[in-house]
Design a protein around this ligand. Structure first.
Ligand code: NAD
Length: 420
């Protein structure tokens, strides 16, 4: 049983994973039960002054899954499909991810149900400032530290930091991460999630004897994560044969010209549509193309019972959060497709967010080489821990990652005991 408020396909998927992980860990029932429920959830109205003089009220959410290992951490998503259940699922996954990466954080997530691309810059700023004001009592460098996710970026974080700082009366750099460098952001944070995913792929290639230069890839999503991953794959010699985003998808048999595609999206509001260096294909065909590496880097729940039987890759590199339903995950395993799971693959973002928070706390900023080297070390260590546990227990990489993350949070809860 769980709270009806959270009911959604994503939350059900997150719970199904947790329940299965708890079973494999033989987790004490009281600890298991405590992990199934978010610690706190906030639902806020976000009245926003629009450019035409009207006021529109959007719905915003912030869910804090647990604060057992430290303050909680998680992104802020602006997307029309955001709802409380999705945010709660994403917050739970953040808990396992932070613990897997060895970071002193619990998991959180936020979101506003909005189509951000339909708002002007002023409207987005109004929305962000009002949302921040509504959740301000519940965030802070020692409480809960937001970061960008789908539909939000460095500018969103700058507005959040400014709003929170104005309420406090002084500059609080550590309240959000992935800020502009000038405001206390970390070098390499923007690249961190995509690069981190590429480091996992590189380690998998080294471990299992794959040659990245002989492989092909398909990437769904060409935003912060998808574009950096695509560039990194291109540098590894992997041929990216297709990419897609909310505007459409492009395909080229011999591999897309990635620098050309990046230049095209820069001049085209970030969108791949209209790229002359490939053929336009229907978006729904993208995930079904034969390839070696399939990297979902956009929305969740894109590999489901409906399409999993037609997926023709060798490896799924889960850059998005929750891209594969539990049912589809089982089919991928049956079909011999290796799944490198989200909590591992996209953990580079929160890892460099942690570095940023440390730098903000110390008011001492690191060189890019140091950030990158530390990121690679943490990603490689996390991959190796998952691979070793997967081998030892005969489980998938997903369950190895979840077992590591969940067991660390559970053990911290056991050590702290239950406050009456
Ligand atoms: P973003 O907003 O920068 O980019 C999102 C991309 O997805 C865009 O290219 C957009 O066009 C595309 N998209 C949106 N709807 C789509 C649809 N229906 N079909 C195909 N493409 C669609 O977001 P991002 O930060 O790159 O995040 C992408 C994924 O990575 C999300 O699942 C997010 O939770 C996850 N993630 C992001 C970070 C981070 O540091 N940004 C960290 C960990 C995980």
């Amino acid at each position: 049983m769980f709270e009806r408020e959270y009911d959604s396909p994503m939350y059900r998927a997150a719970l199904a994973q947790l329940d299965e992980t708890a079973r494999r860990l033989n987790l004490a029932p009281d600890l298991h039960e405590r992990l199934r429920h978010p610690k706190r959830a906030f639902v806020v109205s976000v009245p926003t002054a629009m450019d035409d003089g009207t006021t529109k009220v959007f719905h915003g959410y912030r869910v804090q899954h647990n604060l057992t290992l430290g303050p909680c951490k998680g992104g802020l998503r602006y997307h029309e499909e955001v709802n409380l259940g999705e945010v709660a699922a994403l917050a739970m996954w953040m808990s396992w991810k932070c613990a897997l990466m060895g970071l002193p954080y619990g998991g959180a997530k936020g979101g506003v149900a909005v189509r951000p691309w339909e708002l002007s810059t002023i409207e987005l700023e109004n929305l962000t400032r009002r949302y921040t004001t509504e959740i301000a009592p519940f965030i802070g460098p020692d409480i809960d530290i937001p970061a960008p996710d789908m539909g939000t970026d460095e500018q969103t974080m700058a507005w959040m930091m400014d709003t929170y700082s104005m309420l406090q009366g002084y500059s609080v750099q550590g309240v959000v991460t992935s800020k502009p460098i000038l405001l206390g952001g970390s070098l390499f944070r923007r690249e961190a999630t995509g690069r981190g995913a590429a480091y996992i792929f590189e380690r998998a290639c080294k471990t299992w004897g794959w040659n990245p230069a002989e492989m092909t890839a398909v990437v769904q999503g060409f935003g912060n994560v998808g574009s950096v991953l695509t560039e990194s794959l291109d540098e590894l010699g992997t041929k990216v044969i297709a990419v897609g985003d909310r505007s459409g998808a492009v395909y080229k048999d011999g591999g897309l010209d990635i620098p050309g595609l990046l230049a095209h999206t820069r001049d085209n509001a970030g969108l791949v549509k209209g790229f002359p260096g490939g053929d336009a294909i229907p978006s729904e065909d993208l995930l079904l193309l034969p390839c070696d590496v399939l990297a979902p880097a956009a929305l969740g729940s894109v590999i489901t019972e409906k399409n999993v039987g037609r997926i023709q890759c060798k490896v799924v590199l889960e850059c998005a959060n929750g891209p594969t339903s539990p049912e589809a995950d089982a089919v991928l395993k049956e079909n011999g497709i290796v799944v490198l799971p989200d909590v591992l693959v996209n953990g580079g973002g929160v890892t460099v967010s942690y570095f940023e928070w440390v730098q903000d706390t110390e008011h001492f900023f690191w060189e890019v080489e140091e950030v990158d080297a530390r990121l690679r070390k943490i990603m490689t260590r996390a991959f190796d821990e998952c691979k070793n546990l997967a081998q030892e227990k005969g489980v998938s990489m997903r369950f190895a990652a979840l077992m590591l993350g969940v067991s660390r949070v559970a053990e911290a809860k056991r050590l702290r005991g239950l406050y009456p």
